[in-house]
Design a protein around this ligand. Structure first.
Ligand code: M6R
Length: 369
């Protein structure tokens, strides 16, 4: 059932182009309009929404962090993202105009379920983004948008994450559409790129051998740091989480802008630091800032592993290892930039002799609080 792969995780990483394509299927029509009729929350209710709150755990939380950038930028609705386990304990401000989005692969995560129950008690509408048909979270929500990743067996989430991102982008675009947001060139570009993105993920998968080789060479290390800005920041967090759970290594993700506020003190000779670089096109300020962050850490001895867009010449002089990913609109970059980090963590786990599909101390779905 592993389809010829040694681990479910490898199979699931390889299935990502299909998972992404399946999650998009039938949801964007030929004219570029979103057809999310399955989201049964009536358009007039969605037009009244004045705040979006996303609750999730682990990898699904990272998808939520990325969704915040898309929702706020495309719809101008304020969006908060919170760890489901923290949410209800701080008496959050919720009312019928709040749309709560609960993201969960399994649909059984107790923290997320308790958060959505709390939100519904306060009168908020809850939309679930879920991969498991008929599971508890969608059953208890007002509406559900299913991700079509297919069953995810490995404890470490991979294909579910990419499809959660796709679902979040679709929800953000749909909210914009029902609220009559003016569809500028940027959104048209995003919709066009989304329909090609499965092919781009496939292209990333075809170029992963150097990443595996790099991972094998780092198997003896104790620590790996991850840096990112903007949507690259949650990607850095996700890269670090994968490494913790699979390789049992000390791994931390930081917002690159925070370096000087503390983490730069950690940099020492030959410390591997993965940096997720945003596209040099568009928001080039972000790009330039992260290039100077790479220079700063390299000057202090870090071994830089740079994930950057193909053709990004500016990073080349400062990258000890360069991992190129296809050009995409900035907000979609996590769909391609996360894949090398999954492969990296999986290969490191294998090199360290760890059980890839069943890391120690972890369960696939956490059904206790
Ligand atoms: O089933 P869920 O998406 O609700 O699970 C949430 C987390 O437990 C899950 O993403 C966990 O962090 C993964 N093991 C990460 O790879």
């Amino acid at each position: 059932e592993k389809g010829g792969y040694d681990y479910f995780m490898l199979k699931e990483i390889a299935e990502q182009p299909k998972a992404v394509a399946d999650t998009l299927l039938g949801r964007i029509d030929a004219s570029g309009s979103l057809t999310l009729d399955e989201v049964r929350i009536p358009p007039n209710v969605l037009r009244e929404v004045d705040k979006v709150v996303i609750v999730a755990c682990g990898t699904a939380f990272h998808a939520g962090l990325i969704a915040k950038y898309a929702i706020e930028h495309w719809t101008r609705i304020p969006c908060e993202v919170e760890l489901a386990s923290e949410f209800r304990y701080r008496d959050p401000i919720l009312d019928p105009q709040t749309l709560v989005i609960a993201i969960s692969q399994s649909g059984e995560t107790m923290d997320t379920l308790m958060a959505l129950r709390h939100a519904r008690e306060q009168g908020s509408k809850v939309l679930a983004i879920c991969n498991t048909n008929g599971s508890t979270i969608p059953r208890e929500s007002d509406a559900v948008l299913y991700t079509h990743a297919g069953p995810e067996v490995a404890v470490a989430s991979t294909k579910a994450f990419l499809t959660q991102l796709v679902a979040c982008y679709l929800v953000a675009l749909y909210l914009g559409q029902v609220r009559g947001t003016k569809w500028g060139d940027e959104i048209r570009d995003v919709i066009r790129e989304l329909s090609k993105i499965a092919g781009e993920v496939e292209r990333v998968l075809e170029t992963m051998e150097p990443v595996r080789e790099l991972a094998r060479g780092l198997a003896h290390k104790d620590t790996v740091l991850f840096l990112g800005r903007h949507v690259g920041y949650p990607v850095a967090l996700e890269g670090a989480l994968k490494l913790k759970e699979l390789a049992y290594m000390h791994a931390e993700g930081f917002a690159a802008g925070e370096l000087k506020h503390g983490p730069i003190a950690l940099i020492e000779e030959d410390l591997p630091v993965v940096v997720v670089v945003p596209s040099p096109r568009g928001r080039s300020v972000l790009h330039d800032k992260i290039v100077s962050n790479i220079q700063e850490i390299r000057a202090r001895g870090a071994r830089t592993i740079v994930i950057a867009e193909e053709g990004d010449e500016a990073v080349v002089p400062y990258a000890d290892h360069l991992i190129s990913v296809p050009a995409t609109p900035t907000l979609l970059q996590p769909l391609v930039a996360t894949v090398p980090l999954q492969v990296f963590a999986c290969e490191l786990a294998t090199a360290r002799g760890n059980e890839v599909d069943q890391p120690r101390n972890l369960a696939k779905s956490v059904t206790v609080e």
